[in-house]
Design a protein around this ligand. Structure first.
Ligand code: FE2
Length: 390
């Protein structure tokens, strides 16, 4: 550990920007470059860092918290290829993040978009009816500046709007290298999670949120599942997918559909106390290596019955991966007109039956594995029944 140099506490306070003077750059004001980061609010950030680094292969790179004279909360920035994951916990008892945790448990609060003009993007979304979560501010240090604003979406989730083209530092002014304040964690074998493929929200009523993404952010509806597609005997869901113009940002939105018994989406809404992020899907280019490595690190995936694989050759046709290996690792396969995809879902990752992760490899298919939904939900429902919530 190196001794950290003195941090100016003022660096933590963003300077308010005058949005009214924001110049409307051009018609592409709502273009999004990528998901800048996703932020998980956790009851114990320091232990979560250990889990996400040792189990999922993320590398903790930056820290902000009491050790840098920021007393309210701790944030650790973890990276893996193009994925930036923030894990954040309140430190002081009166921090409002405690209310978020009491209500939702560990959960994603922010899906941040990287944009070309923070103020203009913010102003345009507000003009189109978005509710503000944070007006534009700028943070500066000797490495440059970062601008951020935020708008609200479903539940207590927000979309930060981040402009970082003029910043050459680690992550954000006020953050120091993780290894300056904590002992380095052991590097494992590469897990190979490359980027965030999609982030899924569960809501009570999806259509107003589809309209929100269309009207406010200029997204388009991509696919439409009906409860015929995604239903089992006892529960069902409806899902729509919205995506940005470039197709880089894909946000499926689920709602419960009428079923004879309680659906998983209803269970989520009950335990999460309203809408929120259900799962984050990480893309890999070699799901066999990724899932083998994740399993060896103790990541717990949904059980897929052996019988699932009996009709895979007929349903999916030729795939380049060895079917026996796929079956041994419990990986799901699906095909549509554009190609096929391989995917797998973790079990819930904390005490409430809410948040989980997906690993996905795309071989042409731009879908979400609709043919797998039935198999997945049957597997999920076996677990729901075990908890006595079905
Ligand atoms: Fe997914």
């Amino acid at each position: 550990m190196r001794k950290i140099k003195d941090i100016d506490p003022d660096v933590h306070v963003g300077e308010k920007l005058d949005v009214e003077s924001a110049t409307q750059v051009d018609n592409n004001v709502l273009d999004i470059e990528c998901i800048d980061y996703v932020e998980l609010i956790s009851g114990n950030a320091l232990q979560a860092v250990y889990y996400y680094s040792q189990a999922f292969g993320f590398k903790p790179v930056a820290y902000r918290g009491p050790k840098t004279k920021f007393k309210d909360d701790i944030t650790v920035v973890l990276k893996q290829n193009d994925i930036t994951l923030l894990v954040r916990s309140p430190v002081t008892p009166d921090n409002p993040l405690n209310d978020f945790l009491r209500k939702h448990g560990d959960s994603y609060r922010d899906i941040a978009f990287r944009v070309k003009n923070c103020e203009a993007f913010y102003l345009e979304t507000i003009k189109r009816g978005a509710e503000s979560a944070e007006t534009p501010h700028v943070w500066r240090d000797e490495k440059g500046s970062v601008k951020r604003a935020a708008i609200k979406t479903y539940g207590d989730v927000i979309h930060s709007i981040v402009f970082r083209d003029e910043y050459e530092g680690l992550f954000w002014p006020g953050f120091v290298p993780y290894e300056d304040v904590f002992p380095a964690l052991p590097d494992g074998k590469t897990v190979g999670l490359k980027r965030i493929d999609h982030v899924v929200g569960n809501v009570e009523d999806m259509n107003p949120w589809v309209k929100f993404y269309e009207d406010v952010l200029g997204f388009k509806e991509m696919l439409h599942f009906t409860d015929q597609d995604i239903s089992t005997e006892y529960s069902a869901l409806m899902s729509k997918v919205v995506r940005d113009g470039s197709g880089k940002i894909k946000l499926p939105i689920n709602e419960p559909a009428t079923a004879r018994r309680k659906s998983q989406i209803e269970e989520y809404l009950e335990f999460h106390l309203g809408p929120g992020v259900q799962h984050v899907a990480f893309e890999t280019e070699n799901i066999i290596e990724t899932v083998s490595e994740l399993r060896s690190r103790g990541v717990d995936f949904l059980y897929v019955p052996e019988t699932y694989y009996q009709d895979v050759p007929a349903r999916v046709g030729d795939i380049k991966e060895d079917l026996n290996t796929i079956a041994k690792l419990g990986i799901l396969v699906d095909r549509d007109n554009d190609g096929y995809l391989l995917q797998l879902f973790t079990r819930q990752v904390h005490q409430r039956p809410t948040l989980f992760y997906e690993v996905i490899q795309r071989e042409g298919s731009q879908g979400f594995g609709v043919g797998n939904f039935k198999a997945l939900f049957e597997a999920l429902e076996r677990e729901q029944a075990e908890r006595g919530n079905l």
